[in-house]
Design a protein around this ligand. Structure first.
Ligand code: 5RP
Length: 231
C-alpha cells in the first residue's frame, strides 16, 4: 500500500465535506496538507467561499500557499462548522493520540470548538489500544520540564524531552513551550490519564484526544472508509 496515496485519499475526501459559508479548522501534518490543498483547489475551481482557522504556524503556511483564507477566533462568532486534522493513533472508539508535530494544544482547542471533528489517517494509525505505538506528547512550561519528567517517571512512564532534529536543544512549540514524550504502554483508561496529566502543574496540554473525533476517514490506496463515533 502507498501510504502517501492513502493520505491523499483521506485528505481529498475530507475536503468534500466542506461547503460555502463554512469556517473550517485546519489541522497540522502531511495528511491534512492534502485536505488543505484540495480546499485550495475547490476555492480556485468552484468558487468555494470558506475561511480557515489554522492549528499551527505550519498549517497557516500551508493555507496561505494554497490560497485558503485564514482567520482567528476573534473573527468568528460561535463555533466552527468542521475541523479536519490527522492523528498518530486512533482507537476503536475513535479516541486519539496526536502531537507528533507538537501542535496538539492548538489542535485540541480548534477541535473542541468544531461541530464536526473529522480525523484523517491511513490504516497504519489504527490501534487496538492507545499508547501501543506512540508516546503521549505533553506540552510543558520550560521551567517545569524537570519536575514534570520526574512526576511522569514516578507514574511509571518512560519520558524524555523531545529534541530538535535540525535544531540543537528542545523542540519549541508555537507557544514557546517544550514537549515531553511519555510512553505509558497500552492505555486502559485514556480519559483518566488525560485528567491526571492536566493536573500536573506546569503542563499546558497533552496529545490524548478523548471523545472529540466525530468521524475518522481511513484512506487506502483504493479509496476510503469512514468510521463514525457511536453515541
Ligand atoms: C501534529 C499532529 C498530526 O496531525 C499527526 O502527527 C499526524 O500527522 P501526519 O498526517 O503527518 O501523519 O498531531 O501535531
Amino acid at each position: 500500500m502507498s501510504q502517501n496515496l492513502a493520505k491523499k485519499q483521506a485528505g481529498e475526501k475530507a475536503a468534500q465535506y466542506v461547503e460555502s459559508g463554512m469556517t473550517v479548522g485546519l489541522g497540522t501534518g502531511s495528511t491534512t496538507a492534502f485536505a488543505i490543498a484540495a480546499l485550495g483547489r475547490r476555492i480556485r475551481e468552484e468558487g468555494l467561499l470558506i475561511r480557515g482557522i489554522p492549528t499551527s504556524s505550519s498549517a497557516e503556511l500551508e493555507a496561505r500557499a494554497q490560497g485558503v483564507p485564514i482567520c482567528t477566533f476573534d473573527d468568528i462568532e460561535g463555533r466552527l462548522d468542521i475541523a479536519v486534522d490527522g492523528a498518530d493513533e486512533v482507537s476503536p472508539v475513535l479516541d486519539l493520540i496526536k502531537g507528533r508535530g507538537a501542535a496538539h494544544t492548538r489542535e485540541k482547542l480548534v477541535a473542541s470548538q468544531a461541530d464536526r471533528f473529522i480525523v484523517l489517517v491511513d490504516t497504519s494509525k489504527l490501534v487496538k489500544q492507545l499508547g501501543t505505538k506512540m508516546p503521549v506528547p505533553i506540552e510543558v512550561i520550560p521551567m517545569a520540564a524537570p519536575v514534570v519528567l520526574r512526576t511522569l517517571k514516578a507514574m511509571g512512564a518512560a519520558a524524555a524531552l523531545r529534541l530538535g532534529l535540525r535544531k540543537d536543544g528542545p523542540v519549541v512549540s508555537d507557544q514557546g513551550f517544550w514537549i515531553i514524550d511519555a510512553q505509558f504502554g497500552p492505555i486502559g483508561d485514556p480519559a483518566a490519564l488525560s485528567r491526571t496529566l492536566l493536573e500536573i502543574p506546569g503542563v499546558l496540554d497533552h496529545g490524548l484526544f478523548v471523545g472529540l473525533a466525530t468521524e475518522v476517514i481511513v484512506g487506502t490506496d483504493t479509496g476510503v472508509e469512514v468510521l463514525v463515533r457511536k453515541p
